[in-house]
Design a binder for this molecule. Structure first.
Ligand code: NAD
Ligand code: TYD
Length: 351
């Protein structure tokens, strides 16, 4: 088939990537979607079981750090566009070992940029880099991150993402590579690896395990439904201006402790527990090193220019998320056996 675009999605087997791959496959039957993923601990082809035999979908295992792997996928499928999500994504892991973050997030991104630049001598192309609001640093009680907020990353994860963002901008300004960039707040939804706050708490509540809240639980995050994030990426990829970056967020700020209480109450109902039972599991543990206090996004550029807005409330999204985890225990069990146990012991025992 003569596809209109042949889109390389890196990290398509991860949490956000798998939602994006599904959206693109279903919305654009005239695009070939090539999912390129190393399948690290966070990559899981089970996330895409329902669409793996779609005619416009291909999976290729590979490492964005390897020039051979990336050149080979560009040549095999004559890639016209890239949506780049592959990354090491967990702040706590970056504190334990920053080098994997430098390799994948920085070196891997530059490798992709270099190969896209060499491959795309003519024609229309887009390199959409998916990034995070964490590059802007930590807010106090007031204010929101806009696209003009100076970068001030503070964790090894955010430093690696900030560096990758700078390289993406550099390839636009220096070589004219047609880039677009988006910086999103914290996502939640189905298929989220249970090392991150929301799926970890759901899993522990269900299994009557302690709920480890860092510090006093006063840190604030702005949460966005993953389906709304991938719709925003779709919109920016198709309609955003070349060379621009767009902030994506939910105007939905919660302290961690408020959020954990909300999840406990929701799970008590879902599991037919007496009110207050799950809240007894809350345990305050030693804070994360360099813990950013508050993230909050001003998404008005995206809303005004491209007419995007979140489609559901946090309460609705959390209920859908909890229902998904309670229904998909097999998915969770496969992930939480084996090396996850080791990770959990290392991060949380004696904390
Ligand atoms: P994730 O950890 O769930 O998935 C990352 C995927 O990348 C996995 O499938 C993994 O196998 C793959 N990968 C890792 N290293 C690779 C390599 N060297 N080569 C090829 N593939 C590799 O991450 P996520 O939460 O889905 O995040 C996706 C992107 O969105 C990341 O770039 C992240 O920085 C960004 N982001 C995430 C959030 C969030 O809340 N999760 C918010 C804003 C931005
Ligand atoms: P996380 O999901 O790791 O996302 P990020 O650090 O990228 O924002 O953490 C969200 C918030 O929850 C953050 O303030 C740290 C906190 N947190 C806990 O209190 N306990 C936990 O076990 C985890 C994983 C996170």
């Amino acid at each position: 088939m003569d596809y209109k675009k042949r889109v390389l999605v890196t990290g398509g087997a991860g949490f956000i990537g798998s939602h994006l791959v599904r959206l693109l496959i279903n919305s654009y039957p005239n695009y070939l979607i090539v999912n390129f993923d190393k399948l690290t601990y966070a990559g899981n082809l089970e996330n895409l079981k329902d669409i793996e035999s779609a005619p416009n979908y291909v999976f290729q295992k590979g490492d964005i750090v390897s020039a051979d792997d990336v050149k080979s996928v560009f040549d095999s499928y004559q890639i016209t566009d890239v949506i780049h999500l592959a990354a090491e994504s967990h702040v706590d892991r970056s504190i334990e070992g920053p080098m994997d973050f430098v390799m994948t997030n920085v070196v891997g991104t530059v490798n992709l940029l270099q190969i896209a630049k060499d491959a795309w001598k003519e024609g229309e192309h887009v390199f959409h880099h998916v990034s995070t609001d964490e590059v802007y640093g930590s807010l106090g009680e007031e204010g929101l991150f806009t696209e003009k907020t100076p970068y001030d990353p503070r964790s090894p994860y955010s430093a690696s993402k900030a560096s990758s963002d700078h390289f993406v901008s550099a390839f636009y300004h220096t070589y004219g590579l047609p880039i677009k960039m988006s910086n999103c707040s914290n996502n939640y939804g189905s298929h989220h690896f249970p090392e991150k706050l929301i799926p970890l708490m759901i899993h522990n509540i269900q299994n009557n395990k302690p709920l480890p809240v860092y510090g006093k639980g006063e840190n604030i995050r702005d949460w966005l439904w993953v389906e709304d994030h991938v719709k925003a990426i779709d919109t920016i990829f198709h309609k955003g201006r070349i060379g621009e970056s767009y902030n994506i967020g939910g105007l939905n700020e919660w302290t961690n402790i408020e959020l954990v209480h909300f999840l406990c109450r929701l799970m008590d109902k879902k599991l037919n527990r007496t009110a207050g039972e799950s809240e007894k599991l809350i345990t305050f543990v030693t804070d994360r090193k360099g813990h950013d206090l508050r993230y909050a996004i001003d998404a008005s550029k995206l809303e005004k220019e491209l007419n995007w807005k979140p489609s559901i409330t946090f309460e609705e999204g959390l209920e859908l998320t909890v229902d998904w985890y309670l229904k998909n225990t097999e998915w969770v069990e496969k992930i939480t056996s084996g090396s996850y146990q080791q990770y959990y012991t290392q991060m949380y025992d004696n904390r």
